[in-house]
Write a protein that binds this ligand. Structure first.
Ligand code: HEM
Ligand code: ISQ
Length: 147
């Protein structure tokens, strides 16, 4: 099953909507992650000393980076059919922070829920699947780089 133009367009348009309100959506993203995995709070240098999830430019920049990489993954899947990790250090960073396999499912769930908020009544199974495939392929490349 190849990644279609339609799937890429769905990811691209919702990525643009996500960027329209980065402060709100980045806080939402972390909030969902910490609900599912409270212990992950201590992993993030910019969260560990704050009470709950506090907005900061750093927090926003990290969330934007994660969503941006998933969006890039969608573009790569449509153009090349595979995802190549653009930043070879990502494996080492995640090992060093103590990230493990189950964390990837938590981040995935939070990403999909955030996108659902972002698009509101434009949400569809098709949109959800497009983000899911792009995330899964990217997560696989990071996990490989970690092994
Ligand atoms: C750091 C992306 C999955 C936890 C980073 C960085 C990137 C990134 C680009 C470098 C720092 C930055 O610029 O933000 C991703 C992507 C993921 C993923 C694309 C999935 C496809 C995960 C998971 C966890 C995690 C599952 C565990 C909850 C962290 C932590 C850091 C980090 C703790 C260091 C943050 C700090 O500087 O304190 N990640 N990541 N990541 N990632 Fe991930
Ligand atoms: C994973 N890696 C880097 C940054 C992140 C920000 C929020 C949630 C997950 C993340």
């Amino acid at each position: 099953m190849s990644f279609t133009d339609k799937q890429e367009a769905l990811v691209n348009s919702s990525w643009e909507s996500f960027k329209q309100n980065l402060p709100q959506y980045s806080v939402l993203f972390y909030t969902i992650i910490l609900e599912k995995a409270p212990a992950a709070k201590g992993m993030f240098s910019f969260l560990k000393d704050s009470a709950g999830v506090q907005y900061s430019p750093t927090l926003q920049a990290h969330a934007e980076k994660v969503f941006g990489l998933v969006r890039d993954s969608a573009v790569q899947l449509r153009t090349k059919g595979v995802v190549v990790l653009e930043d070879a250090r990502l494996g080492a960073i995640h090992i060093q922070k103590g990230v493990s396999g189950p964390h990837f499912a938590v981040v995935k769930e939070a990403l999909l829920k955030t996108i659902k908020e972002v698009v509101g009544d434009k949400w569809s199974d098709e949109l959800n699947i497009a983000w899911e495939v792009a995330y899964d392929e990217l997560a696989t490349t990071i996990k490989k780089a970690m092994s």
